[in-house]
Ligand binder design. Structure first.
Ligand SMILES: [Zn+2]
Length: 226
């Protein structure tokens, strides 16, 4: 597999999702449109709020958070005070909610963040847990997706961040196309992970390299499987 695909450094594997500005993996398009059609028949408007994200974009997100220019939040969505955190605490706070550049499943084009377009506008979507559970605006869509995923595999889509495994925070809005994303995960080696860090212009690099083994296990490999 082309490592540039794994690291978000090429768009060769992607196509536009019709009617949107988003790019997704070309081999996933058909099945996503089928899932979207079925959702529509159930009264939901299954829409994408984030799809492919490239390396540079992820690097920018990381560095803004690592330099205190973008708000960090805790597990309960409460703001954290940047100036009171050690570099190590900042690193772990970011990892809970944001992937390392080069290690985002959004690089692969196989993973998307979704919401119900019948109940939220794109501008309203914040991608926080409260939107997707209880009385949250996209909760009913996600309940339907749960039942669809458990009965007959939802065309290959599933939730890699369904439960809290002590790494990435649960992200109910994030769904993944398993036939392709599993291959990406299986091809992503620790040596690639480490080389990517060493060659990156990333902030907190020293802390990241010191904890590379733990981070690779806990925040990258440690996902739910279908
Ligand atoms: Zn996501």
């Amino acid at each position: 597999m082309n490592v540039d695909i794994l690291l978000g450094k090429t768009t060769e594997h992607l196509v536009p999702l019709p009617g949107t500005k988003f790019l997704i993996h070309k081999l996933m398009l058909q099945d996503f449109l089928l899932l979207q059609k079925e959702a529509k028949e159930e009264g939901f408007d299954l829409q994408v709020i984030s799809a492919f994200r490239d390396y540079e974009r992820q690097l920018k997100i990381w560095n803004l958070k690592a330099s205190g220019q973008r708000q960090l939040i805790d597990d309960q969505e409460r703001p954290l005070e940047f100036s009171k955190l050690s570099p190590l605490e900042v690193m772990f706070a970011i990892l809970r909610w944001s992937a390392l550049p080069g290690c985002s499943r959004h690089h692969w084009g196989t993973d998307i963040d979704v919401y119900d377009g019948n109940t939220q506008t794109p501008e309203e979507v914040k991608l926080v847990p409260s939107e997707t559970i209880g009385e949250g605006p996209s909760a009913r869509l996600h309940d339907w997706l749960d039942s669809r995923m458990s009965t007959n595999n939802a065309f290959g889509f599933y939730r890699p961040y369904a439960t809290d495994r002590g790494g990435v925070s649960p992200e109910r809005w994030h769904i993944s196309y398993h036939p392709l994303s599993r291959r990406c995960l299986d091809n992503f080696t620790f040596s690639l992970f480490k080389r990517n860090l060493e060659e990156s212009d990333i902030l907190l690099k020293e802390q990241l390299l010191e904890n590379a083994d733990e981070i690779f296990q806990r925040y990258f490999l440690n996902v739910d499987l279908p």
